[in-house]
Design a protein around this ligand. Structure first.
Ligand SMILES: [Zn+2]
Length: 75
């Protein structure tokens, strides 16, 4: 269960909350939903984890052709 840290855009309160997929977090002080999402406690040691994983091969993300995307004529 991920824990995210938020900063309220309206009153400036910072808080951490569990976030479930079917709930929208709200500020515990003013109940605003205008929140700035900050790093989760799990993401701090794993920066970039949300980026799409890059293939370990060449520049063409699909086939690894060394001349880059499109050079293989397929992708
Ligand atoms: Zn607030």
């Amino acid at each position: 269960m991920p824990i995210f840290e938020y900063a309220c855009q309206d009153c400036g309160k910072q808080f951490e909350t569990l976030v479930r997929s079917d709930t929208v977090p709200a500020c515990p002080a003013c109940h605003s939903v205008s929140l700035e999402k900050k790093l989760s406690v799990f993401a701090t040691s794993n920066a970039g984890a949300e980026a799409a994983p890059m293939p370990a091969m060449g520049p063409c993300g699909s086939c690894g052709h060394p001349d880059g995307p499109g050079a293989c004529g397929i992708h």
